[in-house]
Design a binder for this molecule. Sequence first.
Ligand code: OAD
Length: 252
Amino acid sequence: MREDIVRAAQFFSADAAVVCLTGAGVSAESGVPTFRDAQTGLWSQFDAEELATPQGFARDPGLVWRWYMWRLEQLEAAVPNTGHAALARLAGLCESFLLVTQNVDDLHEQAGSVDVLHLHGSLFSFRCASCAAPHNLTAEQRGADLPPACGVCSELVRPGVVWFGESLPWDAVEEAATAAHRCSVMLVVGTSGLVYPASQLPLIARQAGATVIDVNPEPGPISSIADIFLQGKSGEVLPALVRAVADRRASA
Ligand code: OAD
């Protein structure tokens, strides 16, 4: 087994307090495109300003609606990969384990993770852009060229994701930041670490004395502050890490 994975495994003792921050990379091997990877990343093919801002939605709600319906279809076709499964298993090996994700898919939950904090909302929930009333989509509304009208106030319905320039769900941010202050291990998986405030969580943990472990095929801002950089795909690195943690326990 890789020496760096064995070294990382020693930090996951039975009484470890682990916070795991995931990004789009953890779902890449499930066929869900990331945002910033060259060529395949969504923001290298589409304009975030047009598609992921309140101003873009106000300018052209139909364009935004059709794009999110296309992404929703992609997410519904995706199944969890070995990285998602490994994180669900790792949680069971640690006394305290909080999973914080920037992803709007539900692949962590499908893999068996519980209590997942979604910092950027969910692409499976919809609400009114004006009065925030929740909205259940019909099949017809999904295929429509324009977003449906809210049943309460008749304004347009929007996806329940966080757009650029919008606030994140306050409770989730506060819980994640508090856990980052207190954790002994911050495991970061598949994020470019470029989007605030999620990008601050590894820094908070590091400043508070936690061990930061980064899993990513490419070096970046998180690997540069990490104590251990496990270079590789999460679907390969995480199962090996969990095996190493389980082996240590078995031989203790
Ligand atoms: P990015 O697309 O910015 O970064 C994806 C990261 O995953 C990169 O660092 C890749 O190197 C890495 N990666 C690619 N394949 C991987 C694999 N198989 N295993 C592990 N890592 C892999 O995605 P995020 O960091 O999640 O926000 O982006 C943060 C936010 O920016 C998103 O939540 C989204 C986006 O705009 C909103 O929509 C509000």
